[in-house]
Design a protein around this ligand. Sequence first.
Ligand SMILES: O=C(CO)COP(=O)(O)O
Length: 124
Amino acid sequence: MKQRIALIAHDKKKDDMIALAAEYRDYLAGCKLTATGTTGGRLHNELGLDVERMHSGPLGGDLQIGAHLVNGEIDCVIFLRDPMTPQPHEPDINALVRACDVHNIPCATNVSSARLVLSRLREL
Ligand SMILES: O=C(CO)COP(=O)(O)O
């Protein structure tokens, strides 16, 4: 079955997300991808990936992804958070990361951990 991966990046981490996704483009193209609105738009426009787009994060996109995850529809979350910038939707961000922990879903929150997770998933 296709791996179902959620991709999310805060604004200052979006270039990192694009570079990361470009590195794993062939693998990701074979996955079922879900993303928050702006992140998903860039992944589609710049890398041609087929991505199901939720609302933008500040408008509830993290919560939508969290709901999919709770329903058992997400296998892995790559969430490049910006630890240096306060976010208006901090409670939503925490809720998504918490949902990953509650449901034991891998959640990579920086590029190094994302590379480890994606490299391993690619081998499965
Ligand atoms: O804010 C975000 C995650 O918390 C990301 O949302 P966007 O991808 O819409 O910028």
